[in-house]
Write a protein that binds this ligand. Structure first.
Ligand SMILES: *[C@@H]1O[C@H](CO)[C@@H](O)[C@H](O)[C@H]1NC(C)=O
Ligand SMILES: *[C@@H]1O[C@H](CO)[C@@H](O)[C@H](O)[C@H]1NC(C)=O
Ligand SMILES: *[C@@H]1O[C@H](CO)[C@@H](O)[C@H](O)[C@H]1NC(C)=O
Ligand SMILES: *[C@@H]1O[C@H](CO)[C@@H](O)[C@H](O)[C@H]1NC(C)=O
Ligand SMILES: *[C@@H]1O[C@H](CO)[C@@H](O)[C@H](O)[C@H]1NC(C)=O
Ligand SMILES: *[C@@H]1O[C@H](CO)[C@@H](O)[C@H](O)[C@H]1NC(C)=O
Ligand SMILES: *[C@@H]1O[C@H](CO)[C@@H](O)[C@H](O)[C@H]1NC(C)=O
Length: 754
């Protein structure tokens, strides 16, 4: 029988989705996907709410102590056992046992591969579901506005479109496993410095000292086009929960901000789920409830919960608003069918399965080849027999696994620190994997991990037989939630390590294991630095993944998700040390800023090499045809779910189709990421070019493929601050297909006029 709800979707989106398409999505190989809509889930939640007493309802609005990092009050007389909320965006965190440390957000984004965005989400979702966790506290989608931000590694980089695509697929991957995703941190949480508002005489929660916190101050166009954009994508995907942040926006705390919560999120984006506070981010009771906060986490602060009973009785808050809060808390639970046979809670349960496989795949796929002079890479085990390995970042972590650690953290880094960190069951460092590769391929390997022992390093070049060795230098940069980086340099004198090795070794290859942007200028132009691989934050499978890339078992194809500047001041944005953090750059962030001011960076956003080469040709632009299946549209029929937010999805209607041909002209199987940059008519007041499409394409040598990218209604619109709508400008739009944000990498160009 054809489900009537399907036709609602068909009619509203205006495309001819067929019944079989939805059957396919439900027989998805990963799991059975929920077949409930928001309307149904809300109706079920309302029925439940109607059976609750006022006291029960109020108590549910504040977290209680329990096994998870956040716990919702159970109502056992109605067989509701409460809800479990648990970190993190990159695996099940908070110190649980049996958990995979997945590649971090910053690493998956660098794959530029929507299929992998989704598959990583699926694997993470399976671990949450297997342990019986109801809400996963991710994805994290704050924009990499400040290179030094301590939490950049959890997010998806500096571009809103790329972050939005990551958010959309992550949410679907998680929610297809029946786990509610929590998009965070809403909104404009782009630094850690002064992150807590805590006047200790008023509020003691999370505050070690008196602090006014900080306020992100920004205009309406900027918040819509940059910072709200990925949240909008997650709402369209059907995300069940959104976490409000520690900071203020225009002087008002994020968790009681009527404009951002009620205005932007619940009205404009039509978000139907709940807003939960970041841990300790609730600063008031009544004001927060009226401002749009639905559940206070972790609770115990006396601000919401039972305290709201009196607020209702005295008429300060209506019972209708309380009902709305509980409906929003429970709707995602019903939406994803957690009321039907969801696993019991056991945080230490082993649900890892064979997730190491996908983790290794995304580990390799997110590595970026930055430099490869004379094709030094990939190494060939027949001819390349002698290897020196340098740097603490090649080996085991001195501090073992912990979310803490200092800025001088030693050893290979799998993830950054803080609540986003996952204690992995294991982590394989590069040195271990290289030694195994050496055993298997009969390589001579020597290593020095004490990187400050310059005598030993200098003497190593006298080893017999090693005069023409390849030198692998591992450097790293770590950061954590709670503090921002002091600078953009590698840890433990990493620059000096590279310089020392390169002063002796003509075949120096540097591997950069970093939480976000790094300044490479101290050594990048040295003639002996012939190869550089950005290994990112690659998760537990770091060792096997880097060996695959170095020896050509995997042809690298990741791309930078931020610009690497020559001078730190070139970014034009930085952490605010004072109360006001003014986003005066507006929409001119990262490559949009470098473009506007004609600043040449070291490496451009979107840049990354391959061991093979590609050509692009035959650019064609046409109006998107009704009902046509477009392989690259993010909101295509095989992504339709009953739990999507239909109202929010409407703006993503395909309007233009951009086709071109890509050919692998080299000798290796590999991938390229053609990127669609759009130039707007003047009326839109946009940067010179903005990313509005991409597709990672894998081809064998000589193979060609026709690629079709879709521009949606939102993609060709700007936020009109006068009429408060996404508006299409009239005039000429330029379409560039490029392999990075560098204008010199533009391969194809055309235009259309509206
Ligand atoms: C609600 O919470 C209050 C304060 O913790 C507690 O005294 C009361 O028993 C709770 N009500 C119910 C119905 O559990
Ligand atoms: C913040 O203030 C600016 C400048 O007045 C205004 O354009 C913007 O809409 C405000 N945004 C929010 C979320 O309050
Ligand atoms: C490795 O080098 C050998 C000897 O020069 C050569 O025959 C072989 O094709 C090379 N392998 C690759 C993958 O290039
Ligand atoms: C190591 O070698 C480099 C290059 O020759 C030299 O500049 C440096 O002083 C040496 N360091 C030590 C500790 O010998
Ligand atoms: C970086 O930029 C700053 C500010 O413009 C300038 O003072 C400094 O000399 C620059 N540093 C380098 C290495 O160019
Ligand atoms: C930031 O904006 C605020 C509010 O508009 C203003 O009072 C303050 O002077 C600005 N601060 C800086 C450093 O520009
Ligand atoms: C461009 O695409 C349109 C619609 O598919 C087609 O009619 C037209 O022939 C194409 N033009 C070129 C030059 O390929």
């Amino acid at each position: 029988m054809i489900d009537n709800r399907l036709f609602v979707i068909i009619i509203i989106i205006g495309f001819s989705f067929t019944y079989s398409a939805v059957v396919n999505s439900n027989s998805n190989k990963y799991s059975k996907i929920s077949s409930r809509t928001w309307d149904q889930a809300i109706a079920m939640a309302k029925t439940f709410v109607s059976q609750l007493t006022l006291e029960e309802k109020c108590n549910m609005t504040s977290g209680i102590p329990g096994p998870c990092v956040g716990n919702v009050f159970p109502v056992s007389r109605l067989n509701f056992n409460g809800l479990c909320f648990q970190d993190s965006p990159s695996g099940v965190g908070d110190g649980v046992l049996h958990s995979t440390a997945f590649v971090a957000g910053i690493h998956i984004a660098a794959t530029w591969d929507r299929d992998l965005f989704y598959k990583r989400g699926v694997a993470i979702g399976k671990e949450f579901q297997g342990k019986g966790v109801h809400f996963a506290l991710g994805p994290m989608m704050n924009i990499d506005r400040n290179a030094r931000h301590g939490r950049n590694w959890e997010g998806f980089g500096a571009d809103p479109y790329l972050s939005g695509e990551n958010s959309f697929y992550y949410v679907q991957g998680i929610q297809d496993q029946g786990v509610v995703a929590t998009a965070k941190h809403y909104i404009c949480n782009e630094q850690e410095t002064n992150r807590f508002y805590g006047i200790s005489s008023i509020i003691s929660q999370s505050s070690s000292s008196n602090s006014k916190g900080y306020s992100a101050n920004l205009d309406d166009k900027t918040i819509h086009e940059i910072y709200l954009w990925p949240f909008a994508s997650s709402v369209a995907a059907g995300v069940g929960s959104i976490m409000c942040s520690y900071n203020q926006i225009n002087g008002t705390q994020a968790c009681q901000n009527d404009k951002t919560l009620n205005g932007l999120l619940k009205e404009e984006l039509a978000f139907l789920g709940n807003v939960m506070s970041d841990w300790g981010a609730t600063k008031t009771g009544v004001e927060s409830v009226l401002g749009g906060l639905d559940v206070d986490m972790p609770g115990g602060d006396g601000l919401m919960g039972f305290a709201l009973v009196q607020a209702v009785q005295s008429g300060v808050i209506t019972e209708t608003r309380i009902n709305d809060m509980i409906t929003r808390i429970l709707a995602p639970y019903y939406l994803l069918e957690q009321d039907q046979g969801y696993p019991s809670l056991d945080l230490d349960r082993d649900a890892i399965g064979d997730n190491y496989k996908i983790n290794r795949q995304v580990g390799t796929a997110g590595m970026v080849l930055l430099k490869n002079k004379n094709n030094i890479l990939p190494f060939n085990v027949t001819t390349d027999k002698y290897f020196f390995i340098y740097g603490t970042a090649a080996g085991q972590s001195d501090e073992g696994f912990s979310s803490g650690g200092s800025e001088q953290h030693a050893g290979a880094l799998y993830q950054g620190g803080g609540s986003g960190f996952v204690d992995p069951t294991y982590g394989i460092d590069p040195l271990t994997s290289l030694l195994i590769k050496g055993r298997d391929s009969h390589l001579q390997i020597r290593y020095i991990t004490n990187q400050n022992d310059y005598n030993a390093i200098n003497n190593s070049f006298n080893y017999r037989g090693f005069s023409n060795a390849k030198c692998l230098v591992f450097i790293s940069a770590w950061s954590s939630e709670g503090s921002d980086r002091k600078d953009l340099h590698a840890l433990n004198n990493g620059d000096k390590l590279v310089q020392t090795v390169a002063s002796h070794c003509t075949n120096t290859v540097v591997i950069v294991n970093s939480v976000s942007q790094l300044n490479l200028e101290a050594w990048i132009d040295l003639p002996n630095v012939v190869g550089v691989i950005w290994s990112g934050m690659p998760g537990s499978e770091y060792g096997p993944a880097i060996v695959d890339v170095l020896f050509g078992d995997y042809n690298p194809g990741g791309k930078l998700i931020f610009t690497l500047a020559k001078n730190d001041s070139d970014y034009g944005t930085d952490i605010s040390e004072t109360y006001n953090s003014n986003y005066t750059e507006g929409v001119f962030l990262d490559y949009r800023h470098f473009d506007k001011y004609n600043i040449v960076p070291r490496y451009y956003f979107g840049y990354g090499l391959s061991y093979t080469t590609f050509s692009l040709s035959n650019l064609n632009i046409s109006k998107a045809r009704r009902g046509k299946y477009t392989a690259s549209s993010q909101y295509q029929q095989n992504r339709m779910r009953f739990y999507i937010n239909i109202a929010a999805l409407r703006i993503y209607r395909p309007v233009y189709e951009i086709t071109f041909t890509i050919t692998n002209t080299g000798k290796f199987y590999g991938s390229e990421v053609p990127q669609l940059y759009l130039g707007f008519p003047d009326e839109a007041q946009e940067p010179p070019k903005v990313l509005r499409g991409f597709e990672r394409v894998y081809l064998v040598p000589g193979e060609s493929e026709q690629i079709s990218l879709v521009l949606t209604q939102k993609d060709i619109s700007y936020w009109n601050v006068i009429n408060q709508k996404w508006t299409v400008a009239s005039g000429v739009y330029t379409v560039w297909i490029s392999t990075s944000a560098n204008n010199a990498d533009i391969k194809l160009q055309s235009s259309f006029t509206i």
